[in-house]
Design a protein around this ligand. Structure first.
Ligand code: HEM
Length: 269
């Protein structure tokens, strides 16, 4: 066991398991970023419920939310690290895995603070259905992200994480990667979104979009960032200026991971 509070030792162990030649494109990084985001994205600012504090995805209601399909693998990969450093909360471990992964894949340093506690009361688990639905448009995106406390610029920055990873038919039903470099953190999502000629393609009975050569994909919610004039202005900034995207992403992702975090002792009671 490591010294309680030695988060650097945990970071080192997370870094060590990220490269994985048996997984997708050779990295667990995108999966961990998605875990950190889904653990946090249930936050509702009106009722102050949900969010990353609590690690409520340990409970079956949230684990079985269809939006979280596939994240059982992420949690299982992190379990040996939890066993080795039993003093860290799952809530801290899951969010930290996202932060370490972004950095590991060449992205910005994301501010992260420990101190999340794991809830023991199942009543604290947020209801299913708070995470975004990829088949929807700009109204739905704003509804979901405003509820978490994000504005247009932060929304676009956060969804830029789709430079990473891919969709899996057996999880969301959608298929394919957004870029040809799915394990590098880049601004290519925005560049492709603007430059490619996206046309509809039906996969597993769902509408998604393909580029001219049918190598890359976009979700309906991704395309909404190009169709909505206000979102599009921000997409154009991030497509041109990688540094600005990296800065804004780091700030917004850091904020996301703080949602619903209560560092007082109330949560355990
Ligand atoms: C409108 C908002 C969003 C929608 C509808 C959405 C939807 C999806 C869907 C359907 C997948 C594919 C899951 C699978 O089949 O494995 C996915 C993957 C992913 N999403 Fe999002 N997402 C959104 C926002 C975000 C945000 C804010 C982040 C992070 C900051 C993020 C990070 C990722 C990553 C890294 C993957 C790849 C996972 C992997 O390769 O296993 N997404 N998203």
């Amino acid at each position: 066991m490591s010294t309680p509070g030695d988060y650097d030792a945990v970071r080192t162990d997370i870094k060590a398991i990220i490269p994985n030649s048996n997984w997708d494109d050779g990295s667990l990084g995108p999966l961990f970023v998605r875990l950190a985001w889904h653990a946090s994205g249930t936050f509702d600012k009106y009722s102050c419920t949900g969010g990353s504090g609590g690690a409520t995805m340990r409970f079956s209601i949230e684990a079985n939310d269809p939006a979280n399909a596939g994240l059982e693998h992420a949690r299982a990969f992190l379990e040996p690290i939890k066993q080795k450093h039993p003093w860290i909360s799952y809530a801290d471990l899951w969010t930290l895995s996202g932060v370490v992964s972004v950095e590991h894949m060449g992205g910005p340093v994301v501010p992260w603070k420990p101190g999340r506690k794991d809830v023991v009361d199942e009543k604290k688990v947020p209801p299913n259905g708070r995470l975004p639905d990829a088949s929807q448009g700009e109204q739905h995106i704003r509804h979901v992200f405003n509820r978490m406390g994000f504005d247009d610029r932060q929304i676009v920055a956060l969804i830029g994480a789709h430079s990473l990873g891919r969709c899996h038919g057996d999880r969301s039903g959608y298929e394919g990667p957004w870029t040809i470099t799915p394990i590098r953190f880049t601004n290519l999502f925005f560049i492709h979104l603007l430059k490619e000629d996206w046309t509809e393609k039906i996969v597993n009975n769902q509408v998604q979009y393909k580029d001219g050569r049918d190598r890359l994909m976009m979700l309906p919610t991704d395309l909404a960032l190009r169709n909505d004039e206000k979102f599009k202005e921000i997409v154009e900034i991030y497509a041109k200026n990688k540094g600005e995207f990296f800065n804004d992403f780091a700030e917004a992702f850091g904020k996301l991971l703080e949602l619903g975090v209560d560092r007082s002792d109330d949560l355990l009671n």
